[in-house]
Design a protein around this ligand. Structure first.
Ligand code: CTP
Ligand code: MG
Length: 380
């Protein structure tokens, strides 16, 4: 059964405010939209993820999603309903059996909710995540409201694709704040499945702080990994360290580009997730990695963390050599590691030391590097 996640991210976030539309604001070091897209991408039951974005948000979107998604974005409209309709119409070319419509502004969607929605769609045409109202309710005009039987409706809202597309096309106005409302108007029965308080919609200023608390609790399995690497000098005129070419009297010998700094960081991250070492992922006997840019290895290790629903919180590497001097290149190295990993520069540290002329690094026979990574994973 083909399942497409359609993520609507075309709003302006007027109730939230801030310099950027809320879906591009940062939660736990990453834009909301990136959290949302990654949550659906890593769910094994979801085949495709498409994102509907706002006019003028193209550059923000490109910066946020990069090449994470194989398919391009879809342009949204002036209301949420219109954005969803445009998204559904864009899917018609290759229609899925099921579509999960989800707000980009709900970045903490978890796999259990997605499971429940998809499972219910096995037999029902519409399944919607919701939580029961637990607080007493009052209307501001003074009328009490009976909370019995009332639910707060969230997303994802999942549907048989053909049915929800028809409901959107048949809609007579443009003001529905969710898709279940339109489905119901079209006579499609709605099944509620259990959502979660943590699946909150970032709506007002202050909601991000609440989401940070949920995220911190979710990413409570904090791991530290270490990595160590050595490459020896060979004839040449430059070395590559932490992604930066540095002129030197020698080159570093190695199967790949011999970037000792990135190799140490890659192993440190793999250590955090118990995923072996760089050699087990990229065997030096494999001709594909001859002369390879070690950025590939580091990105592969980061992807291992992301696939587990975790984040890399911090990277620290010490380069050990007498020459070349690392200090003048330190800022460029931090910037390059940030670019490769998607982390902020303040989450990355590049340090250097000599060994006071002692040992193989002291004899200028090569360069060693020692890396440490801190990774936060969800408790499973
Ligand atoms: N959305 C959309 N297109 C619109 C309006 C909203 O795709 N024209 C999306 C938002 O980006 C968000 C989701 O629908 O992910 C839920 O909408 P809401 O929380 O209302 O977000 P905004 O409309 O951006 O916020 P506000 O109403 O405060 O301006
Ligand atoms: Mg809105």
């Amino acid at each position: 059964m083909t399942v497409t996640a359609l993520i609507v991210a075309a709003g302006s976030g007027s109730r939230h405010g801030g310099d950027l539309p809320k879906q591009y604001q940062v939660l736990g070091g990453k834009p909301l939209l990136r959290h949302t897209v990654e949550a659906f991408l890593r769910h094994p039951g979801v085949d495709r993820v498409r994102v509907v974005i706002g006019q003028g948000h193209e550059a923000l979107y490109a910066q946020t999603i990069g090449d994470l998604l194989p398919e391009s974005h879809i342009m949204g409209g002036a209301t949420r309903q219109e954005s969803v309709r445009r998204g559904l119409e864009a899917l018609k070319a290759r229609p899925p059996k099921l579509v999960l419509i989800h707000d980009a502004a709900r970045p903490l969607i978890d796999s259990g909710i997605i499971d429940r929605v998809v499972c219910a769609l096995g037999t029902k045409p519409a399944a919607v995540a919701a939580v029961p109202v637990v607080d007493s309710l009052r209307h501001e005009a003074g009328k009490p409201v009976d909370r019995n039987g009332l639910w707060q409706v969230q997303t994802p809202q999942g549907f048989w694709f053909d049915a929800i597309l028809a409901a959107h096309i048949a809609a007579t106005d443009n003001l529905a704040t969710d898709d279940a409302t339109l489905a119901e108007q079209a006579g499609i029965p709605i099944t509620l499945v259990e959502g979660a308080m943590s699946n909150l919609k970032i709506t007002r200023a202050g909601d991000l702080a609440t989401a940070e608390v949920f995220l911190a609790a979710r990413l409570g399995d904090i791991r530290t990994g270490s990595g160590f690497d050595v490459h020896k000098f060979a004839p040449g005129d430059h070395v590559t360290v932490c992604g930066i070419k540095v002129a030197h009297s020698h080159a570093l010998e190695g199967h790949s580009d011999a970037d000792v700094g990135l190799h140490a960081l890659t192993d440190a991250i793999l250590g955090c997730i118990g995923a072996g070492d760089i050699g087990s992922h990229f065997p030096p006997t494999d001709p594909r990695w001859r002369g390879a840019d070690s950025a590939i290895f580091l990105q592969h290790a980061i992807a291992g963390v992301t696939e587990r629903g975790g984040i890399v919180a911090h990277l620290d590497v010490t380069i050990i050599c007498e020459r070349p001097k690392v200090g003048p290149h330190r800022a460029a190295m931090v910037a390059r590691v940030a670019q490769i990993t998607g982390l902020r520069p303040d989450q990355i540290s590049v340090k250097a030391t000599t060994t006071e002329g002692l040992g193989f690094t002291g004899r200028r026979e090569g360069i060693a590097a020692q890396g440490t990574a801190t990774v936060r994973l969800p408790f499973v």
